[in-house]
Design a binder for this molecule. Sequence first.
Ligand SMILES: [Zn+2]
Length: 140
Amino acid sequence: MGEVHGSCHCGAIGVSYVSDGPMAGRRCGCGFCRRHGSLYTADPAGRLSIGAAAGSLRSYRFGQHTADFLLCAHCGVLVAVAAEIDGVLRGVVNLAVMEPPPDLPSDIPVMDFEGESEEDRNARRRRNWIGRVEIKEVPS
Ligand SMILES: [Zn+2]
């Protein structure tokens, strides 16, 4: 799939994602992701880079509080989810922020992770999430 780029709506946060795997989309059925309509992809061998202007990155935690849902503080767009697991920052990226929008099949699976233990959740993220995530501040 190569490299794709995207941003939040106002442009304060830019993302670039590199993966050699297929661009598979997943929806998460939890109440937060459903409200955002976020469309996630991940590849353990992939690389995600998030560049945010000072003060533009807001993180939201809920449920087990093990992951940071990364939102633009100005326009409210959810760009990615990140969690540090065993000292490594991993994550999933929201394909809905990519420009141009990715061409994906209409029957995107909706995942249900409710009821998962914290241990199972970390194991799944270690296995499936993007293995290299970098968040840096960029000049606005
Ligand atoms: Zn924004």
